[in-house]
Design a protein around this ligand. Structure first.
Ligand code: PLP
Length: 422
């Protein structure tokens, strides 16, 4: 086929897809797939919490009166529960308020103002300090570091976690103070870090005040019984003699109620003592009544896992539907690739370079709101403009089907136009 025949074929293709797009616009959809929120059905599963702990049930199993001040690090059974989620002893856990993001934000701010154990000075007094940001990643992590004024260095994500050759090379710089990690069912790639990545992060050369921000937000969020397995980072860091470099975080936001759950951090005893010293200036103690109602609801780690299996029954068909529609509409066309995670909240879509913003804009015009293109990168800048995060949990199955069909049309339209322009 000659070059002009090729262009003719492309133009005809563009016209055909544009007509399909016009028809999709005419339907007048109003769908929102922007954020990874639980659906009402998932939330309903935890409604018993609304009636707990009960009007006479204000003591925990150790007899503490949860209505009163006290217990800076949380109820012992809640510390044990988060220790089991995060893979460490209860004594290494501090229970916070309702949000792990708040704890992460405060941790970074404290390190910036006062430094961390092992550091010679506060991060903020050491010059232009930097953070490693595996990309694509969680937008709110990047927002915290940007807000505090910490420079961000992009590190590529592989199928096994962050590109460790890059991480090890960059972490040698003493001004690099940490790395953001979502180690299991990563937001948004769905990747679970391999044993090798865990070990290299634990062992690598880095500043004594370098911190791994190990945000294990999706530790218990499997889509089925076929789980990914994550190596124990707490043990790996201890074995490597680097136990102070690890700070772990989790919450029940996507187990019980989003924004009304219980959050926790866990770390070495040196870090726990340092954190508590600062925390005691910030609060007299966390909300123990909320911890108590969650303990009564979940019981223990087995109860929590049974609850998460019930959630998976609701979420899994939505993920499968996204896979089916994308596979049918875009499979084999060489214009898109997407993740097929075993857990978490997201499917990660890559479209041809230079098309992500266009696809998101086209979808918005057709009534399908997607996460802003670039949101998964520091400063909102995706250097290849190709990554789009899909959040299938909140919409209904019918809405997902409509939204994915529209998305597929937008990907085709944008890529054919890009080819014509190129
Ligand atoms: N960490 C990650 C990786 C998330 O995806 C989210 C929410 O989407 C959070 C933290 C927020 O957690 P929390 O509600 O405990 O602040």
């Amino acid at each position: 086929m000659t070059e002009s025949n090729d262009r003719e074929a492309l133009r005809a293709r563009e016209q055909g897809v544009a007509e399909t797009y016009e028809r999709a616009m005419a339907v007048g959809l109003e769908l929102d797939m922007t954020r990874g929120k639980p659906s009402p059905k998932q939330l309903d599963l935890a409604n018993d919490i609304l009636a707990l702990p009960g009007i006479t049930e204000y003591r925990d199993s150790e007899g503490a009166d949860c209505r009163n001040y006290g217990g800076l690090d949380g109820l012992p059974r809640m510390r044990r529960l988060f220790g089991e989620i995060l893979g460490c002893p209860a004594e290494n856990v501090i229970i916070g308020g309702n949000s792990s993001l708040t704890i992460m934000h405060d941790t970074i701010v404290r390190a910036f103002l006062w430094g961390v154990p092992g550091g010679k000075a506060p991060w903020g007094k050491q010059g232009n300090v930097k953070f490693l940001c595996p990309v694509p990643g969680y937008d709110r992590h990047f927002a915290v570091t940007q807000h505090v004024g910490i420079d961000m260095l992009n590190v590529g994500m592989t199928d096994a976690g962050p590109d460790m050759d890059q991480v090890e090379a960059l972490a040698k710089d003493p001004l690099v103070k940490g790395i953001w990690c979502v180690p299991k069912y990563s937001n948004p790639t769905g990747v679970t870090y391999s044993d090798e990545v865990v070990e290299r992060l634990a062992k690598m050369e880095a500043a004594t005040d370098f911190r791994i921000m190990w945000d294990n937000a999706y530790a218990e969020h499997h889509l089925s019984d076929d789980h990914d397995r994550l190596a124990n980072m707490f043990d790996a860091c201890r074995k490597a003699g680097n136990e102070d470099r690890l700070l772990m975080f989790a919450s029940s936001s996507k187990m019980s109620f989003a924004g009304a759950g219980v959050a926790a951090m866990a770390a070495s005893m040196t870090n726990v003592r340092d954190t508590k010293k600062h925390l005691s200036m910030q609060t007299i103690g966390p909300d123990k009544v909320n911890q108590l109602r969650h303990l009564k609801f979940f019981g223990d780690i087995h109860g929590l896992r049974a609850h998460m299996s019930r959630q998976a029954e609701i979420i899994r068909p939505k993920f499968e539907l996204v896979q089916n529609v994308l596979g049918r509409e875009l499979g084999g066309k060489g214009i898109a690739s997407w993740s097929n995670p075993k857990g978490g909240y997201f499917i990660d879509l890559n479209v041809p370079d230079g098309c992500a913003k266009d696809v998101v804009a086209l979808a918005a015009e057709a009534g399908v709101k997607l996460t802003k293109a670039g949101a998964t990168f520091p400063q909102g800048q995706d250097p290849r403009d190709r990554n789009i995060r899909l959040a299938p949990t909140l919409p209904s199955l019918d809405e997902i089907k409509d939204a994915m069909k529209v998305l597929a049309i937008c990907v085709e339209l944008s890529s054919v136009r890009k080819q014509l322009a190129g």
